[in-house]
Design a protein around this ligand. Structure first.
Ligand code: SF4
Ligand code: SF4
Length: 419
């Protein structure tokens, strides 16, 4: 019996649920009844998050798109047994934390809260503490379970002595229980290696999907494909596991073009998202995943993959189909091989990431918000021939045909207030 399974048996109170057995974690058992977990779509597995010993829902709540009228989504997730809620100060301009704070009132002791702050080499510890305290205020709590160094992409940010002194102080003051980092950009691997080697983190949140494991993806498509960006990602995930650092996956849907897949999903055989989740959860080095939960139907659908850490034949077929449909026009963002191609310093990967939120996720408002947060945008593309970046993407993305319309679609209009 493996360690995870032993822990599952040790800490979980089991509740019969049809043919399935639902494990309610010891910490939350008092609050979540079998009835509340639901008939079919409840969480079916809780997993130990590395050295934190938090026992969290294998499919958990990503709050990056939570807006002011979304409290019902948080309640629905709670009712389905989700106990881990991942937010950040920047998500929906603070609304995400505010909504979580309101919706989770009275439930604080039975759930786990995560927040994050973005820093650079010049950010000082007092500023980090102010950001943390602002998040605690919005979340209506005295502490977060995990606080992360957000979207790291440089060793300077990971190695910052100011961050370490801030985190140590915040832990001593009881405002933060565990520390971590999150990332999905080009220099993520070296950041993770450094953080693990220096024993700086308890948890890491990384972009990880079936397109990012060279061995799996090349086998799937039976062809060499440069989609396997960050080919060392499986290695650092395994390394984290060995060091008992908790691993959470995000961006698990490889672009989330869910509608592309609806025609191929067969009743009873699972959906594309369930297939993609089962692939992530089948990796024993991954503890859990988070996913943006934007409707009750989607929450139900997503949780259909809970507790199923293997990839069925039907799931593999769906992943294969998705790869064929989208592999050639999916910007991998993390590869960032186009970096430096633009003389105007347009952050191409970031611009295309925000475009994805609008065109793939179907969330234009979120895309506009994220676009407005970019330090530099694609306005330069309006008066550019497009020649410098024409052949800059080895994955065949037509950058010059995408960045200009992205700016036109997402730029903030005069007088427009983003929410
Ligand atoms: S445009 Fe191409 S090179 Fe640039 S991040 Fe996307 S996939 Fe990578
Ligand atoms: S179109 Fe021109 S300005 Fe825009 S990203 Fe390409 S090179 Fe840069």
């Amino acid at each position: 019996m493996n360690r995870q399974r032993r822990h599952f048996l040790k800490t979980g109170a089991h509740v019969a649920l049809g043919a399935a057995s639902v494990s309610i974690p010891a910490q939350t058992g008092a609050q979540i009844s079998a009835e509340a977990v639901g008939e079919h779509q409840g969480v079916r597995s809780y997993r130990r998050l590395g050295r934190t010993d938090l026992n969290i829902s294998d499919i958990s709540f990503g709050a990056s798109r939570l807006r002011s009228d979304d409290a019902h989504l948080v309640h629905h997730a709670l009712d389905r047994g989700i106990n881990y809620f991942d937010s950040a100060e920047s998500y929906t301009r603070g609304q995400s934390e505010t909504v979580l704070g309101q919706a989770l009132k009275g439930r604080r002791q039975s759930i786990y809260l995560v927040s994050k702050t973005g820093i650079n080499a010049n950010t000082r510890a007092p500023a980090m503490m102010r950001n943390l305290e602002a998040s605690l205020g919005r979340l209506q709590t005295d502490y977060v379970d995990v606080y992360m160094n957000h979207a790291v992409n440089s060793i300077d940010a990971v190695a910052s002595p100011e961050w370490q002194s801030f985190i140590d102080r915040a832990k001593t003051q009881g405002k933060v229980r565990f520390s971590g980092l999150s990332g999905h950009a080009g220099r993520l691997i070296e950041c993770i290696d450094y953080a693990l080697d220096e024993d700086l983190i308890d948890v890491m949140l990384v972009g990880y999907n079936f397109g990012q494991d060279p061995a799996f993806y090349e086998g799937l498509t039976r062809a060499f494909d440069r989609i396997a960006t960050l080919p060392d990602l499986p290695r650092v995930i395994a390394k984290a596991k060995k060091r008992d650092v908790g691993v959470i996956a995000m961006k698990t849907l490889m672009g989330a073009r869910l509608n592309d897949m609806r025609p191929y999903e067969k009743a009873g055989a699972g959906t594309f998202s369930q297939a993609a989740f089962s692939w992530v959860l089948a990796n024993p080095d991954v503890d859990a995943l988070i996913i943006s939960m934007t409707s009750t139907d989607k929450i139900n659908e997503y949780l259909g993959a809970s507790g199923q850490p293997f990839v069925s034949h039907a799931a593999r077929n769906l992943l294969n189909r998705y790869a064929k449909l989208n592999g050639a026009n999916y910007c991998r963002h993390a590869c960032n091989l186009c970096s430096g191609a633009c003389p105007a310093d347009v952050p191409i990967a970031d611009v295309l990431r925000t475009r994805m939120y609008a065109t793939d996720y179907g969330d234009t408002q979120f895309a506009r918000n994220e676009y407005a947060l970019l330090a530099n945008n694609a306005s330069a593309c309006l008066s550019c021939s497009g020649e410098p970046c024409q052949n800059a993407c080895p994955n065949g993305i037509q950058i010059n045909q995408l960045c200009r319309p992205t700016h036109q679609m997402l730029q903030q209009q005069p007088g427009e207030v983003l929410t």
